[in-house]
Design a protein around this ligand. Structure first.
Ligand code: ZN
Length: 132
């Protein structure tokens, strides 16, 4: 389950920062390596901070494990990838690199999808092939 950040509620409670730890099912269609799939749900460990202008900064680490055939020798292999990501969510139309949010609630789905897509390797290599 991907949690949302209820900015209005946080501000009402004067709670301007927090941590989120959760896992969610990865979208298989993001993965473009033959005979490789996600071995487990993606895990995310994020910190958020709400600024005075209601902009919300989110940063943290997203990790996932891929399992399948080595792209070179076809041996069954597995590798865990971790990626640091950060984003700024604005309570208005997003500009360029930033995300927008509306109704006082930050939806992390698009950010997480982008982060996983960015973290995905072009191929999966087994230990032996990696050393060559
Ligand atoms: Zn290999």
């Amino acid at each position: 389950m991907i949690p949302q950040i209820d900015v209005r509620n946080c501000v009402a409670r004067k709670s301007y920062a927090g941590e989120l730890e959760f896992s969610f099912a990865a979208e298989d269609e993001l993965l473009d390596i033959p005979f490789v799939s996600f071995a487990s749900p993606v895990t995310a460990h994020l910190r958020y901070e709400i600024f005075e202008d209601d902009a919300v900064e989110v940063k943290g680490t997203v990790s996932f494990t891929l399992r399948g055939e080595c792209s070179r020798c076809l041996t069954e292999t597995e590798e865990t990838f971790s990626h640091e990501a950060e984003a700024l969510f604005l309570p208005a139309e997003p500009l360029g690199e930033e995300y927008g949010y509306s109704g006082g609630v930050v939806d992390l789905k698009e950010f997480l999808r982008d982060t996983v897509a960015f973290a995905l390797p072009a191929r999966l290599l087994c230990e032996t092939c990696k050393e060559e």
